[in-house]
Design a protein around this ligand. Structure first.
Ligand code: ZN
Length: 456
């Protein structure tokens, strides 16, 4: 077998992702990580002191989940309150003095308004992180000879300029930093001129280029000969209709990139993103209401909480049990693509949660099920709330528009199909009120999925 034919980038570690053996490796690493963070990272030490926990008190992964409370926006805001807007002081608290001397690159989010969020990159972290990222690139099929056009905003954190770092040890690829700033005309010209065959950028840019190509290039985007679209920073690559359109217009495979260390696979049906970093970052699910751990079972949903397993080399996930407030659903059964790693889908934000008979339900997860029934439904729907959320007295009530070609007599069968799938995927059996097509208001920006009947 030629070297470039091998299944995984890391043939030693990747077969172990999501296995009991990996749990042992994680526990070994986590004990050292807890010690490091307690000794050297003031933010983590303070949180553990406040909880009355010492590293030696934590004797298992389960202990860890209960002993160290997770930290999110509120805790970070509190820290800013303590240190003020002095970035160096904040860095010292979050990363510790030792790591600060290793600070190599400072980037920020691509936004041009509001207070910029700094993203520090440490030299040791860059090296290790690039090795983990290579796992995803290898799975996407990036190989020697490929040219990668970087079309994210170049000032962006992991996806912009730092892309140049991720491929330093990757064999035979050429990076072409184009940048979203270049504008669609220039992007199309450069992709063509430099014979780029891997595009990385946002899904909305990739969609926009489809429209612009005939005018700028005189031919369709297919003429660019791209083989891979690696998309991220916003949802899109995980939405079946969007993915289908991009794949057929470009004649390329489309991948969804997640948080730098997850990525979707090339199975024809979107399976979520494979988590590729079991040996680098420890992933947990937590019930955002009770703060109790949620077991990592197939289909489980919860707040994603992460910890570094190699804190001296960490990037982005630098502190024990931190959350970005994203709700994930995990799939731990083997993926039909045959590759390792549990998969996760981002189903919403913690603030959006509803609770039906104690079961957490997210509007975005309901949306996912409804969208699976297009064109038999239009896709437009509402969740009707009779009481202030999160508590919902069952059944969960939905208003759903039937599809244009669906007869009244087809509705009972369709309804039970939707209820079955909803029960299987989201663990609730909703009551459905059918609406004529095109009766619900369409929003140009973010559609409000909740109808707050309790306010009327
Ligand atoms: Zn897969």
């Amino acid at each position: 077998m030629a070297e470039t034919e091998r299944k995984y980038w890391d043939m030693e570690m990747e077969p172990l992702l999501n296995t009991p053996e990996m749990r042992e490796i994680q526990w070994e690493k986590l004990q050292k990580a807890i010690r490091y963070c307690y000794d050297k990272v003031p933010f983590d030490r303070q949180r553990m002191d406040k909880a009355g926990v010492k590293p030696e008190d934590i004797k298992s992964l389960d202990d860890f989940a209960r002993a160290v409370p997770y930290a999110g926006q509120a805790e970070f805001r509190e820290l800013i309150g303590e240190v003020g807007m002095d970035m160096d002081k904040m860095f010292e608290a979050l990363f510790g003095e030792e790591r600060l001397s290793d600070l190599y690159l400072l980037t920020t989010t691509s936004g041009t308004t509001g207070v910029p969020t700094p993203y520090p990159f440490f030299r040791k972290g860059v090296e290790r992180h690039s090795d983990i990222l290579s796992r995803g690139s290898w799975r996407m099929g990036i190989r020697p000879g490929d040219r990668i056009g970087v079309c994210f905003g170049l000032s962006m954190h992991a996806a912009g300029t730092p892309n140049i770092l991720w491929y330093l040890d990757y064999p035979g690829v050429t990076l072409v930093p184009i940048g979203a700033e270049a504008g669609t005309e220039r992007i199309l010209q450069l992709l063509k001129l430099f014979k780029v065959n891997v595009f990385t950028g946002t899904p909305s840019l990739a969609l926009h280029l489809i429209e612009r190509a005939p005018e700028v290039l005189g031919e369709s985007v297919k003429s660019l000969g791209l083989k891979i679209l690696a998309l991220g920073a916003e949802p899109g690559a995980g939405i079946p209709e969007v993915r289908e359109r991009l794949e057929s217009e470009y004649g390329a495979k489309v991948f969804d990139l997640g948080a730098g260390i997850g990525g979707s696979c090339d199975h024809p049906v979107y399976q979520g993103m494979h988590w590729l970093a079991d040996d680098f970052a420890y992933y947990e699910l937590v019930d955002p209401e009770t703060k109790e751990p949620v077991p990592m079972e197939h289909g489980a949903t919860g707040l994603a909480v992460m910890s570094p397993l190699e804190p001296e080399k960490a990037l982005f996930i630098c502190n024990l049990r931190i959350t970005l407030n994203d709700i994930h659903q995990v799939f731990t059964d083997p993926c039909p693509c045959g590759r390792s790693g549990f998969r996760y889908k981002i189903v919403g934000r913690a603030d959006d949660m509803l609770k039906v008979k104690g079961v957490p339900v997210y509007p975005a997860a309901i949306e996912g099920v409804i969208h699976a029934f297009v064109p038999r439904v239009t896709g437009a729907f509402r969740i009707v709330l009779k009481e202030r959320p999160p508590r919902v007295v069952p059944p969960l009530e939905l208003k759903v528009e039937r599809g244009h070609d669906v007869n009244e007599s087809d509705l009972p069968a369709l309804e039970s199909e939707i209820q079955e799938k909803m029960h299987k995927d989201v663990k609730v059996r909703p009551a459905i009120t059918w609406l004529e097509p095109d009766t619900l208001e369409r929003a140009t920006k973010k559609t409000q999925l909740l109808e707050k009947a309790y306010e009327e």
